[in-house]
Design a protein around this ligand. Structure first.
Ligand code: HGY
Ligand code: MN
Ligand code: MN
Length: 418
């Protein structure tokens, strides 16, 4: 990393009102009655959000491109076009009852940074690519981080195409719809990046509790996701004695109870969530023959993650009773440590801009997990109200969003010179 550059005037061109207005406009796409958004990956709402990004890019005379997995790139050219680009960005897809800032902030802060750099007249040496990554959330299609996973070479688009959502729609067909929404955006093979920096709301309470504006993110905890299928036998609710039943729901409930007991004993750092639970046939007077449920398991320590994660399948098998159980590991991402040079850059530029700051790890997953495996990577957090996220009540303050965008801009300018 180059020595501290002269204070960049570009960050001074970040416009708080413009950034907030873009959030309000983007929040209308997939708006939910509770004040959040439902803009699930590869949905018509996701496509509409991309169309809006393309329009904003064109208004700024920035070029756009996409790739086969649907990542959307907005480029600010550099004086030396052939150099590896600096990347920034996040995601536009949301949870079903998501908030207006999760992911969206990183994309709009990146757009604000590109506009501020252009307005200030600062000439970046390297191109800067702003990226809206496909399907970060993984709530409609598993696994999450599909766009950054394919970009980094850690996921295969061929293996992802047949993946289906809970209604049986494939990634392949949903991608075709997404690309059709922006037919004028050319496809290109993105070059290996020089560095990646992502701005995001913290999605936790630490910054707000510490009355601190900027989170200098040191890394991301490890995460595993599983799909569990319990198979029993459908039977008549009125004629089948309890002892003769192969009740998939009763068995799945026992498994989840045992898993929770084991995870609670694992200590305060453990995160264990069963977020989806589907019962078939779902009739009040038929004994359930099949249950599918999801597991989201996370831990900041690799050894503990392996040890405790390794208990999940044995506990399911030990509690299967007269049913059969299939435990599929969908996603296994070890803890991520960000590049010290990028973490120090964020720290230094935040100090230079005079914002309060603290170093912290991320409890939430991000596309930066995958970018960190291909280039020096870091993240900038800003506070969100009461740490609430993955909830329609998610909220953030305009001045905090602008502060994060200023730090992002100053860091991007320095990274493009390196
Ligand atoms: O689940 C996560 O951590 C991310 O917000 N998708
Ligand atoms: Mn996110
Ligand atoms: Mn999220």
């Amino acid at each position: 990393m180059s020595s501290p550059s002269a204070p960049s005037s570009a960050w001074a061109a970040v416009d708080e009102r413009r950034l907030w207005a873009r959030h309000e406009k983007m929040a209308r796409i997939g708006a939910t009655p509770g004040g959040g958004v439902n803009r699930q990956a590869l949905s018509p709402e996701d496509a509409a959000a991309r169309q809006l990004m393309v329009r904003w890019a064109q208004d700024l005379d920035l070029t756009t491109a996409t790739d086969p997995i649907g990542n959307l790139y907005v480029r600010l050219p550099g004086t030396e076009a052939g150099l590896a680009p600096v990347l920034t960005g996040s995601h536009l897809d949301s949870q079903p009852t998501g908030g207006r800032f999760d992911g969206t902030y990183g994309v709009l802060a990146g757009l604000e940074a590109l506009q501020a750099i252009r307005q200030s007249g600062v000439q970046p040496r390297r191109p800067i690519d702003l990226v809206a990554w496909t399907n970060e959330e993984g709530s409609r299609f598993l696994p999450g981080c599909m766009g950054s996973g394919v970009f980094s070479g850690l996921m295969s688009i061929e293996e992802l195409r047949p993946a289906t959502d809970w209604n049986g729609t494939t990634v392949e067909s949903a991608l075709a719809t997404l690309h059709a929404a922006t037919p004028d955006v050319p496809t290109y093979a993105a070059p290996p990046p020089h560095a990646y920096l992502e701005a995001h709301i913290e999605q936790g309470p630490l910054l707000e509790t510490a009355d601190t504006t900027i989170g200098v993110v040191t890394g991301i905890q490890g995460a595993r996701r599983y799909a569990v299928e319990v198979t029993g036998e459908e039977a008549h609710a009125g004629t089948t004695p309890l002892k003769n039943r192969r009740d998939a729901l009763r068995t799945a409930i026992t498994m989840v109870a045992e898993l929770n007991r084991e995870m609670e004993a694992g200590g305060e750092a453990v995160r264990f969530t069963v977020g989806r639970f589907d019962v078939e046939p779902g009739s009040p007077n038929t004994v359930p023959g099949r249950v599918q449920f999801s597991i989201d398991f996370r831990h900041p320590d690799l050894t503990a993650m392996k040890q405790l994660g390794g208990r999940i399948e044995p506990i399911c098998q030990a509690n299967a009773g007269s049913c059969s159980v299939y435990v599929q590991l969908i996603d296994d991402m070890p803890p991520t440590a960000f590049a010290p040079a990028v973490v120090d850059l964020v720290d230094r530029q935040t100090a230079a801009l005079g914002y309060s700051k603290m170093r912290l790890p991320s409890g939430a997953g991000h596309d930066a997990m995958y970018l960190a495996r291909v280039c020096p990577t870091g993240m900038i957090f800003v506070p969100c109200e009461k740490g609430i996220s993955h909830n329609e009540a998610e909220n953030a303050k305009p001045d905090d969003l602008a502060a994060g965008a200023r730090v992002l801009t100053a860091c991007l300018v320095e990274l493009t010179d390196a």
